[in-house]
Write a protein that binds this ligand. Structure first.
Ligand code: FES
Length: 82
């Protein structure tokens, strides 16, 4: 699974680095390093929904440093377990 996190300016201002760090920690804590790749990408074109995160080229989700844990459970763990 490839998780793209936007580090364009709008997303950067809304905390993309905290989101990336949190996701990387969660991947490590759940020992998913060989299944989930977190990548920093440039503007995904959804700046008003910053921080934009896209999984495997799918829909763009709006993630914040506050809801990143929920996002990980709902969109990453559940998808891997599906
Ligand atoms: S800056 Fe992140 S979607 Fe545009």
């Amino acid at each position: 699974m490839k998780v793209n996190v936007c580090i364009g300016s709008a997303c950067h201002l809304r905390g993309s680095y905290s989101v990336i760090n949190a996701l990387q920690e969660l991947v490590k804590d759940n020992k998913l390093e060989d299944q989930v790749e977190i990548c920093a990408v440039f503007c995904l074109g959804h700046c008003t929904q910053a921080v934009s995160v896209q999984i495997d080229g799918g829909e763009i989700e709006s993630v914040s440093p506050d809801n990143v844990y929920e996002f990980f459970d709902m969109h990453i763990l559940q998808r891997l377990n599906a």
